[in-house]
Ligand binder design. Structure first.
Ligand SMILES: NC(=O)c1ccc[n+]([C@@H]2O[C@H](COP(=O)([O-])OP(=O)(O)OC[C@H]3O[C@@H](n4cnc5c(N)ncnc54)[C@H](OP(=O)(O)O)[C@@H]3O)[C@@H](O)[C@H]2O)c1
Length: 290
């Protein structure tokens, strides 16, 4: 490996420690900890692991968390009622609905039912709209995590050409909005690529900073990368043999890149740390609004 490995696990621990300190101050001021409510519908094993990891991170930072685990047959109406209860519960600061939801539930309707002031995943159209208009409030956790990795690793995005492969509303698109913002920790020139992009390899090779959010194991190979580029791998793919790999072929890419994130241990832990940060921010905002 010649590239500098950007250690998301270490950076996430750093952020959690900072949050834990602020949580103590919040607790002194209010007599309670910020509180995240997670809603999990069904028994998707990956979702169960994600929720468990998120709650474990809450515990480490002394953020309170509760889990509402509903059966896979839960109707849309019942789920909407549950969200409404959490919206009006003054002890709950943040609401996280773990995606994907079962097919019979309209995901958009559920996300839109979350109080935007408690939308710590940043997926409500109001929060995405604020991000699009350059006034971010709650930024989706994975894009926010990618930005934090870059900032904390002193990788300058100002004027840099960032190429993002993937345009999902969870990762690629909000990340493009975030990094193209007029701001000291952004100011990038951003290209978004997707499955219809012509000459993908040409775009990828022009990246100063390449972000892969594709969902295809080891899709980006070393020869596609510009020498010295920073490579951020968002992908989490489980192979048949049980191994977890990213969207970038790490060994090859690390020979060419200047800096690179690994999978696991890169973007994943940062996503969770930023969820805690959004929860703390939501708690503070609600306190100020009282
Ligand atoms: N680290 C984390 O915390 C975290 C969080 C969220 C997601 N993830 C992982 O990140 C990956 C992406 O997640 P997602 O939710 O954004 O996935 P998604 O909704 O499936 O989006 C994938 C994107 O990749 C594009 N794509 C697919 N095949 C392509 C190809 N051959 N060439 C160019 N573009 C291609 C798709 O293009 P079209 O739009 O044209 O279909 C789409 O825009 C997954 O592995 C997921 O598990 C990780």
């Amino acid at each position: 490996v010649t590239a500098r490995v950007l250690d998301g696990k270490r950076l996430a621990a750093e952020i959690r420690a900072e949050i834990a300190e602020e949580v103590q101050q919040f607790r002194l001021a209010t007599g309670r900890a910020p509180h995240l409510a997670a809603v999990l519908v069904g028994d998707n094993p990956a979702s169960q692991i994600y929720v468990r990891n998120k709650r474990a991170a809450c515990e480490k930072a002394e953020v309170a968390s509760s889990l509402l685990h509903l059966p896979p047959t839960t109707t849309q109406g019942k789920l909407l009622n549950c969200i409404e209860t959490l919206n009006s519960d003054s002890n709950i600061d943040g609401i996280l609905v773990q995606l994907p939801l079962p097919e019979h539930v309209d995901e958009h309707a559920i996300i839109e039912s979350i109080d935007p002031n408690k939308d710590v995943d940043g997926l409500h159209p109001i929060n995405l709209g604020l991000l699009a208009s350059g006034r971010p409030r709650f930024v989706p956790c994975t894009p926010a995590g990618v930005q934090e990795i870059l900032t904390r690793s002193q990788i300058d995005t100002c004027g840099a050409h960032v190429v993002i492969v993937g345009r999902s509303s969870l990762v690629g698109r909000p990340l493009a909005l975030l990094l193209s913002q007029k701001s000291a920790s952004a100011d990038a020139t951003v290209t978004i690529c997707h499955s219809r992009t012509r000459n993908l390899a040409e775009h990828v090779r022009r990246a100063d900073i390449l972000v892969a959010a594709i969902g295809r194991p080891e899709f980006i190979t070393g020869e596609m990368i510009r020498p010295g580029a920073t490579v951020i791998d968002v992908g989490i793919n489980r192979l048949d043999d049980g191994r977890i790999v990213g969207d970038v072929q790490f060994a090859g890419a690390a020979q060419i890149a200047g800096a690179i994130t690994a999978v696991p241990g890169g973007v994943g832990p940062m996503t969770i740390a930023l969820l805690l940060q959004n929860t703390l921010r939501a708690a503070k905002r609600r306190l100020r609004a009282r």
